[in-house]
Design a protein around this ligand. Structure first.
Ligand SMILES: C[S@@+](CC[C@H](N)C(=O)[O-])C[C@H]1O[C@@H](n2cnc3c(N)ncnc32)[C@H](O)[C@@H]1O
Length: 232
């Protein structure tokens, strides 16, 4: 029942029930006030990791916050990334959201494997791939658990790392990739700690250093991209 109550929120109603279940404690409080509090907490958490998949009923780049923000930079973004990686023949986009809708900016004839977390979003993307004759496929992955990924030239991890609040999961994802390069992005939010302003993704740079990866960074106004060479 509590799952139904949580999913009543319009922005969350496409999430698989099994996923919501994982965010619930073993014991559900009976008292109304505590029950409501739990519903709110779980919704907040799902909102945070799900990132409001689709803003409206239309399916275009403007329908997701992340892709909407990127519309102006897509042509430059992919050009600058591919200048460093070479033009890939295949891309795996993990936790892709609506980013596959930017396929047009990638240049044609490229195999695009998109992956999302819940079934309805995968079906939605599959339908879009079919209607737009995109060479590619959609796979359902829960990135917290998956460690077998297809071999591709380039992997996109846009605004994914850090959302699980456990950097061991992030490291596990990176170590499982089979690719020549992977691209990681973060929103350029700044944490304000006294007068020092330091980037949110410092932990990631430290991780790359520890794992001895070579990387370049491209900064845009709202988002920073790390182009990381897979050396193993
Ligand atoms: C901030 S959005 C980023 C979407 C897309 N990568 C982009 O930047 O345009 C975070 C995405 O992670 C997905 N996600 C959340 N938890 C996940 C999980 N456990 N496994 C796979 N994807 C997950 C959400 O469905 C959502 O699409």
């Amino acid at each position: 029942m509590i799952i139904d109550d949580i999913l009543k929120k319009k922005t969350l109603n496409k999430i698989d029930r099994s996923i919501v279940q994982e965010y619930l404690p073993n014991i559900i409080p009976e008292k109304k006030r505590e029950y409501k509090k739990l519903v709110k907490e779980v919704r907040n958490e799902l909102n945070r990791v799900y990132g409001v998949f689709q803003l409206g009923t239309n399916l275009d780049l403007k329908s997701h916050k992340s892709t909407k923000e990127r519309i102006e930079i897509y042509p430059t973004l992919y050009k600058r990334i591919f200048n460093l990686t070479g033009k890939p023949k295949s891309i795996l986009d993990l936790g892709c959201g609506l980013n596959p809708l930017s396929y047009i900016y990638l240049g044609n004839h490229l195999k695009y494997i998109a992956s999302e977390w819940n079934r309805k979003d995968c079906l939605l993307l599959e339908e879009w791939f079919k209607n737009n004759k995109i060479k590619g496929s959609v796979i359902q992955y829960d990135l917290r658990k998956e460690n077998k990924f297809p071999k591709v030239d380039v992997v996109f991890l846009f605004k994914i790392l850090g959302i699980f609040k456990n950097h061991k999961i992030d490291e596990q994802i990176i170590k499982s990739l089979k690719c020549k390069y992977f691209i990681v992005s973060f929103a350029t939010e700044i944490l304000k700690g006294n007068k020092m302003r330091y980037p949110k993704q410092l932990w990631f740079e430290l991780m790359l250093g520890r794992l001895e990866f070579n990387y370049s960074k491209i900064d845009f106004k709202n988002e920073s991209f790390y182009i990381v060479k897979m050396s193993h």
